[in-house]
Write a protein that binds this ligand. Structure first.
Ligand code: MF3
Ligand code: CO
Length: 286
C-alpha cells in the first residue's frame, strides 16, 4: 500500500508549474533577493489537506461566534472548541503544544495573545476578547482568530477592534506573488500607526500547514520591497497584534504564557491563514 500513499506524487502539469516557479526563484536569488526554501512552497495535495483543516477551523470559530455571550467563562469557550473539534475528527493544535494547557487561546482586553481559558475569567459587557483557534486534521494545520465584542463596548475600544481588522485586510491586500513580506508588514504598520496605535513586534505571523509554526516569521512592521520574496504555494498567517497605547508588553510570570500590554490598555488581534496563489492571496480560513 505504501506505493499508493505518496502525497508527493505530482501531476505532470503541477511538476511543470513548480519547475517554472523554481526557475523564477533562481533568477531572483541571482539578483541577491531573499527567496523562500523549497519547504515553504506547498504542493497541491498539501494545500488540499490544509484547506480541509481550515474548513473545520472556520466552523469552530463560527460556533464560538454563535455562542459567545456576557456571563460565559473562557473555560466554556475552551470546552466548546475541544468538543466541536474532536467531533469532526480533528484535534485542537494548542492542546499540549509546548506545554500549553488548553485547546484555544482566549485573550481578554489588555491580554495581547496566548490567554489561557479559565473558569475564573467571566466575560463581561464591554470586554473584548480574541479567540484564537488552530486545528490539526489528518496532520494538516490551520490557524485563525477573531475578535468578539461583548455587549456594548466603549467607542474607542470598538475603534481599536475595527482598525485592527482593517490592518489584517490591508496586509492581505499587500500579499501577492513576486512581492515581498515587507509589503505586508508595511501595510499593517502604516494603518495602525496612522490611527495612533502601536504594533507588537515580538510576535508575528508564521508559515503553517505541515506544522503549527513554520518559517517564515511574518512581521507586522516593515518596508515595502524588502524581506523574503513571496511565491505561489506559500501558506502563512497574517495576525497583527495592535495596541491602543504603548507597544511594550510582558509575559505573565504566573503561567509563562499570557502576553499583556505593559500600560494595561487594550490590544486587539485578527488572524487569517493565507495562500499565495498565481494571481494574489487567498484566505483559506474564515
Ligand atoms: N494560535 C497562536 C498563533 O497564532 C499560537 C498559539 S501557541 C499556543 O500562532 F500554544 F498558545 F496555542
Ligand atoms: Co498563528
Amino acid at each position: 500500500m505504501k506505493f499508493f500513499k505518496s502525497k508527493e506524487s505530482l501531476s505532470e502539469e503541477e511538476a511543470a508549474h513548480l519547475f517554472e516557479i523554481e526557475q523564477k526563484i533562481k533568477s531572483y536569488r541571482a539578483k541577491g533577493v531573499r527567496v523562500p526554501t523549497r519547504k515553504m512552497i506547498k504542493t497541491a495535495a498539501q494545500i488540499e489537506g490544509i484547506r480541509r483543516s481550515a474548513a473545520v477551523n472556520t466552523a469552530v470559530l463560527d460556533e464560538v461566534a454563535s455562542q459567545i455571550h456576557a456571563g460565559m467563562t473562557t473555560e466554556e469557550i475552551d470546552t466548546l472548541v475541544y468538543q466541536f473539534t474532536v467531533a469532526r475528527g480533528a484535534v485542537p493544535a494548542p492542546l499540549h503544544y509546548e506545554g500549553f494547557p488548553k485547546s484555544v487561546c482566549t485573550s481578554v482586553n489588555d491580554e495581547v495573545c496566548h490567554g489561557i481559558p479559565s473558569p475564573e475569567v467571566v466575560l463581561r459587557e464591554g470586554d473584548i476578547v480574541n479567540v484564537d483557534v488552530s486545528t490539526i486534521l489528518d496532520g494538516y494545520f490551520s490557524d485563525a482568530s477573531r475578535m468578539f465584542m461583548i455587549g456594548k463596548v466603549r467607542p474607542e475600544v470598538k475603534r481599536l477592534v475595527e482598525v485592527t481588522r482593517e490592518c489584517l485586510e490591508l496586509g492581505l491586500k499587500a500579499a501577492r506573488p513576486w512581492g515581498f513580506l515587507g509589503d505586508i508588514g508595511a501595510a499593517v504598520q502604516q494603518h495602525a500607526e496612522r490611527n495612533g496605535y502601536s504594533v507588537v513586534r515580538e510576535f508575528g505571523g508564521h508559515g503553517v500547514g505541515l506544522k503549527f509554526h513554520e518559517d517564515p516569521f511574518v512581521s507586522h512592521t516593515g518596508k515595502p520591497g524588502t524581506g523574503l520574496l513571496l511565491v505561489p504555494g506559500m501558506v502563512f498567517t497574517i495576525e497583527p497584534m495592535i495596541n491602543m497605547g504603548s507597544r511594550k508588553i510582558y509575559i505573565d510570570a504566573d503561567n509563562d504564557w499570557t502576553v499583556l500590554t505593559d500600560d494595561g490598555k487594550p490590544s486587539a488581534q485578527w488572524e487569517y491563514t493565507v495562500l499565495i496563489t498565481d494571481t494574489g492571496a487567498e484566505i483559506i480560513t474564515g
